[in-house]
Write a protein that binds this ligand. Structure first.
Ligand code: ADP
Length: 273
């Protein structure tokens, strides 16, 4: 019966299509990442450094958040703790609705393979492996078959304009190309969130532009991004900027897109419904 129009009984009112204003509100998207009173203290040689001091943040699925602040304000530490690269001292971290701050190192490693892609300032590629192997490895570790990993690698390298470098050793590539490989590697397992620590910190302006274009494209495709940066131009791509100062959130502001002017008949009709 599905797909065939039902005949209305005589005298019955035809079904009413709800008007825009009567539609139910869309459900609130579930959060991607949430912290509560997050603290990270380093203790070494009798010295205590409170790098992160009670951070409460929430990141939505698909959101692009820039983390800014002066040097030493705790940006990298926060990112490393959120990605499980360093254990939190206290507080809570929730990823996709699950509490993760108490996980073991091994459990974090599995979680990262499945949900988190990392891009660092210094690329951190494995020098004794080819570009192709560097990109395929995370997908293989996340459980993809060799064929799936190869396909994803081919797609990513082609999209990033470095398909011809697949067989090269990372050291033979320019800084910009290495950072693209690092991006491809981070995106290989289709992570819930891409965490990037100053990904353009070591690039010239033309390579910076390219890497930012790629980040913007990933974000437009629904990829959540959490990016530490010093550069206001880089941060301007984000939906939101969190400013850290002295290990605490000093400011958390959404970047509001400039509204489109109402200037045509189509707009008037649209407004009237
Ligand atoms: P930012 O990324 O904003 O420059 P960091 O997170 O690197 O700041 O550092 C925050 C504070 O934590 C600084 O005082 C720094 O010296 C200290 N710190 C960072 N990493 C370590 C570490 N592994 N051991 C001890 N102190 C650290």
């Amino acid at each position: 019966m599905r797909g065939r129009a039902r005949k209305l009984p005589p005298g019955a009112d035809p079904p009413v299509t709800p008007r825009l204003g009567e539609l139910p509100a869309p459900p609130t998207p579930p959060g991607l990442l949430k912290t509560s009173k997050l603290v990270k203290v380093y203790r070494a040689d009798g010295v205590t450094v409170e790098a992160v001091r009670g951070v409460d943040i929430e990141v939505a699925i698909g959101e692009f958040v820039a983390i800014m602040g002066p040097s030493g304000s705790g940006k990298s530490t926060l990112l490393h703790v959120l990605g499980g690269l360093e254990p939190a001292t206290s507080g809570e971290i929730w990823l996709r609705g699950k509490r993760v701050d108490r996980l073991s190192t091994a459990a974090w490693a599995i979680l990262r393979r499945q949900h988190i892609g990392f891009v660092f300032q210094f690329f951190n590629l494995l020098s004794n492996m080819t570009v192709a192997d560097n990109v395929e490895l995370p997908a293989l570790l996340a459980g993809a078959t060799p064929r799936q990993a190869r396909k994803r690698r081919e797609e990513l390298l082609a999209e990033l304009g470095i398909a011809d470098k697949a067989g090269a050793a990372p050291a033979r590539l320019s800084g910009g190309e290495q950072q693209r490989v690092a991006l491809a590697r981070a995106l290989a397992n289709e992570p819930s969130v891409l965490m990037a620590d100053e990904p353009t910190g070591n690039l010239d302006s033309s390579n910076t532009r390219d890497v930012l274009r790629l980040l913007r494209r990933a974000h437009a495709g629904g990829q959540a991004i959490l990016m530490v940066t010093h550069d206001a131009r880089v941060a301007s791509l984000a939906d939101r900027v969190i400013n850290l100062y002295d290990g605490m959130v000093a400011d958390d502001a959404k970047i509001v897109p400039i509204p489109r002017p109402v200037n045509g008949v189509a707009d008037v009709l649209e407004l009237r419904g």
